[in-house]
Design a binder for this molecule. Sequence first.
Ligand code: HT7
Ligand code: ZN
Length: 889
Amino acid sequence: ATVVRREDYAAPAYWIDTVDLCFDLDPAKTRVLNKMRLRRNPVVPAQALRLDGEELNVARVLVNGAGCSFKIDGNQLVLESLPEGHEPFDLEIFTICVPEKNTQLMGLYVSQGTFFTQCEAEGFRRITYFLDRPDVMASYTVTLRADKSKYPVLLSNGNLVDEGPLPDGRHFAKWVDPHKKPCYLFALVAGQLVAREQHIISRSGGKHQLQVYVRPGDMDKTEHAMNSLIASVAWDEARFGLPLDLERFMIVATSDFNMGAMENKGLNIFNTKYVLANAATATDTDFANIESVVGHEYFHNWTGNRVTCRDWFQLSLKEGLTVFRDQEFSMDLCAEPSARAVKRIEDVRVLRTAQFPEDAGPMAHPVRPDSYAEINNFYTVTVYEKGAEVVRMMQTLVGRDGFAAGMKLYFERHDGQAVTCDDFAQAIADANPDSDLARLLPQFKRWYSQAGTPHVQAEGVYDADARSYTLTLSQSCLPTPGQALKEPFVIPVSLGLLSADGQQLPLQLAHWTHAEEGSRTLVLTQASESFTFVNLDSAPVPSLLRGFSAPVVLECHYTDAQLLTLLASDPDPFNRWEAGQRLALRRALLAILNEGPVTTEPLDGAFIGAMREVLRHPQLDAAFKELVLTLPSETYIAEQLAEVDPQRVHAVREAMREQLASALQDDWVWAFETHKDNGAYKPDPIGTGRRALAGLALGMLCVAARHTGDAVWPGKAYQHFKNASNMTDRFNALSALVVSEHALAREALTRFHALFRDEALVLDKWFALQAGAPDRNGNVLPAVRKLMTHPDFNIKNPNRARSVIFSYCSANPGAFHRTDAAGYLFWSERVMELDAFNPQVAARLARALDRWKKLAEPYRGAAREAIARVAAKPDLSNDVREVVTRALA
Ligand code: HT7
Ligand code: ZN
């Protein structure tokens, strides 16, 4: 496969000013008439016009109304003899495609009898021949024609300007998008849908019609998505002064979708998972995800659509920035500061369990990649979540108001343009000329160009005579593929100092005239730097990297006593949580690295006591307690090891959980009893936190019961499962039974299936729970194979495939990494099976073995063999080939 390189970017040889598309929709044979007005790009030497196209049959090509010669060269249609000069000319291309055969779900496809499109990144070329690149922006007019009874609703971007009947039971709708756009933002939908509608008047007085389209049976699950959309419109205007620029804004849900959602201009298309919710079918997590994904896609309307990417290497320009914006949106919707902190902890957990491993593995790439074989492989946690952290650091360096000023300048400069990450960083810096960001911009931009997670070592020395404390911060970053040496990053380190009894100390650097209260952000720019704080009566406990102020690994030789102080008293909730995680991690690593069989008691009294203190704390929120009392994941623990025996990691974490379950039994009972009743269901932070803590407590009580053989708590869990008034409580109770492998689990699973047999998203949970269940005697893989033969299983549906195959291969390390290699064999079979019809989903699954080189034997050898088996398949897609080739390099 050819590799595309960032350095090879060249402006297009032609511009397309207008596009007039006419679709005759038919699943077996859709006719697309594409009339474009083009002109040569005067700054590029004259050359042939090469249009991208995939799986299209060309019926006719006309230039200025007359037939013309063309050739097909691979996936391009080439026109060599076009009118000379710089006058615009008309090009008309008539093609045919087959949506019902489109299993990749890219381009135009059919899902449950409804037509949908997905064009990002390069799907538009599967609809018509085009300059399929984001820097070609055109005005679109779209006419849709289809059978009226089968496809009563016909939608596209922009405004509906005409509609009416046609002969033979057909009808048409004509849409005009008032904004120029790149073709990846084109969309159409045609089918039998119903809409929840809401008219709103924005802060600035604009009138808008908001619509959420779903299948007829799903209307009762659209309220939350609509409310999230309304909140998003209000937030973007209030926080960034960015109004909705359309009369009509539509969201449409489909159950066949490769990713989460897509920000097509005015016509967002969503995976049903991120639209449909009511108390009976969706968990608190689902509600929160819907709010953030609806926000994310809406915020793209400015960061992505109004200002788009010059090329796909700049993907983080829109994705990193928009993830940052959706994170801020969700935080701003929290009334309490503690709820903001909970959101931050959750976001950092995702970054550390998914992005840090990516940054240390074979697919490591900079936030702005330098090359790719398949762009779909670069919709990654690095581009999205690390990209968001880079934007967050900018905000930290220029302040919240400074950042808002930078955004304003960015839009003043670049509205309507296709630009680069450099353009964004420059605008933020230029709006804040006296900031550290402006002073350090070229160095700061290494976050865009250098892959890998920096490690920051912190060492503090207290000088009792001088009453000073010198903190030395040193940074380093390991090589990543293609980048042996790294230059120092700009690392904002927010910190505070505490006394040994947990009082926050005033901060005064040696050269300051006075002390400051609270936190302060130091900016590390050198390989190593020292900072001396004065006027300290005793050795302080440093609280470093508060709020996770930079995406780095912080190495600090804390004593247990210091961590216990931070856990008990740090005013920064993130670091309070972090201290608990460090204490737990230390114990996990000790038990893993010890010789001999896994101890049944990896935890000590001090740790258990500290956890009890948090659990019983009268002031702390339930949501925060649940986070502190949840042990670091197996993936996160594994990342800290040079060589990983996944079974040992699993066994140690299980032992820790069992010990915590038994040692705190009375406290779990108290937590469950005092948090289980929450009145009417409301997915707000308070209710969500209470349910999360009650759920954790119930799970722990069932774990403890498994040891004692006691039937009381499994029995209560079953009652709770049966009587639950919402999906969160019901699913938590079901999980408690499944995870503790109680005999009632089977009965509960059967009942759950019977209750929700017609709810696809709930069945996904049912499948995922079983595929992600703990493996105590090798029983999960056979169960997974059996689930794949269940009548409700359908590998062609990405959500269902993910719920079984990904839940097992990517989210159940204790069951997947088997000494007999059967898990890896299953993985290789599924990667190849999926690749035959949906390469994007297959390539995601292929990433499950990214970290194989870290595995101990016999896992490592077996994993290599499984990857080699996939790589040896001759007709692999570009997508999977790129992943397995990098893995084996
Ligand atoms: N911008 C959207 C990306 C997307 C996508 C990319 C490739 C293949 C299918 C896809 N569906 C959506 C999602 C987002 O970040 O908002
Ligand atoms: Zn996005």
